[in-house]
Ligand binder design. Structure first.
Ligand SMILES: *Cc1c(COP(=O)(O)O)cnc(C)c1O
Length: 351
């Protein structure tokens, strides 16, 4: 609406509208949003049904925060819940950014980052991924200036897959001024099998400016309920709490999160299944000649460049909904075991 008289923030008016992945196709597989292919446990369905939906939730989620705090060896005040970890990212950025503040992150990375930074009034500083589609942490540290308020590190990196190693992350932290917030986005932590990978839970209390973000959406299979959490220094989490839209974490989400933690073994068995499926898919794609970066999340990346849009159509016609980043590549989520053959058939058509 270029001729609308409404005065609006120009950078918001210029933002692309949110585009969700294509929806499922009949008899096909929806592998476009890194969702968990397993349906909810009955216990979770029952817990959701128990929530009193005529009442507001206790949105600070004291029971769930206490339980998570125990797991991470911190107090409940060092845990903060959000309606998905995207909501948390937004809160932290709103809390630290002033107009023009710089936020450094790798690119390509999570597609939500640019918009969240802009909405927070900040300016994105995107640092190209290095070899192997991995974060270039040295270049990211070099990109920090007096104007930098936050750095986001995504490990495993969505959509390319590789993790950040523990040793390189610790080196990186020594180079980041302690007044710059570091958000360690570990949305896919549970799928990681590389023993050298950074594990934010081992770094709690070591740095005054480090916050980790995790989610129940991926490994825990609760994407539709919207539940994520942050662990970090209390005063930083308090700033996010101050910015949060009140009462946005529902009672259903909290109850489901508690039940999910009680069934951790079973849910992690499912994750192990997904990891096996991931290996089959990665090996199959490499056998077809694709150069697939190390896949440590529940997705794989094909850097197809200019061939991306055409490949997206081929997969779609073949009953596989993938996430295409035009001009760059395609991300394929690890879904049902049966989906692997279908994906490989589609991929073979591209060779
Ligand atoms: C999926 C994802 C999230 C979190 O999603 P929520 O559903 O909002 O918890 C956060 N970061 C990355 C990189 C993701 O891919």
């Amino acid at each position: 609406m270029a001729d609308s008289p409404l005065r609006m923030r120009p950078e918001i008016a210029a933002l692309p509208a949110y585009r969700q992945g294509r929806q499922a196709v009949a008899d096909g597989y929806k592998l476009s949003s890194n969702e968990n292919p397993f349906g909810p446990l009955v216990e979770i369905v029952e817990a959701v049904a128990r929530a009193e939906v005529n009442r507001y939730p206790d949105a600070t989620g004291p029971a769930l925060r206490a339980k998570l705090g125990e797991r991470f060896g911190v107090g409940a005040q060092e845990v903060h819940l959000g309606a998905g970890s995207v909501a948390l990212l937004s809160q932290f950025l709103l809390a630290v950014c002033e107009p023009g503040s710089e936020v450094v992150y790798a690119w390509r990375s999570f597609e939500a980052y640019p918009g969240l930074v802009t909405v927070a009034g900040g300016t994105s500083v995107q640092v190209p991924l290095g070899p192997g589609a991995r974060h270039d942490l040295d270049a990211m540290a070099d990109a920090v200036t007096d104007g930098t308020r936050a750095v986001i590190v995504c490990t495993p990196n969505n959509p390319t897959g590789p993790i950040v190693w523990s040793a390189e992350f610790e080196r990186f932290m020594t180079r980041i001024p302690s007044d710059v917030l570091v958000l360690l986005d570990e949305a896919y932590f549970e799928f990681v099998r590389d023993p050298e990978a950074v594990d934010g839970s081992t770094l709690i209390g070591r740095y005054p400016n480090l916050v980790l973000l995790r989610t129940f959406s991926k490994a825990w299979g609760l994407a539709g309920l919207r539940l994520g959490y942050a662990v970090g220094p209390e005063h930083i989490l308090d700033a996010a709490r101050a910015v949060a839209i009140p009462l946005s974490v529902t009672g259903q989400a909290q109850l489901a999160g508690l039940v999910a933690l009680d069934h951790e073994d079973l849910l992690l068995d499912r994750v192990a299944d997904i990891v096996v499926t991931r290996s089959r898919l990665v090996e199959g794609l490499r056998a077809l000649g694709f150069d697939v970066p190390d896949a440590q999340g529940n997705f794989v990346w094909l850097a197809l460049g200019g061939a991306t849009a055409a490949a997206d159509d081929v997969f779609h016609e073949h009953g596989v909904v993938v996430r295409a980043f035009p001009g760059d590549g395609i991300r394929i989520s690890i879904g049902e075991q049966e989906s692997v053959d279908r994906v490989l058939e589609g991929a073979a058509l591209l060779r």
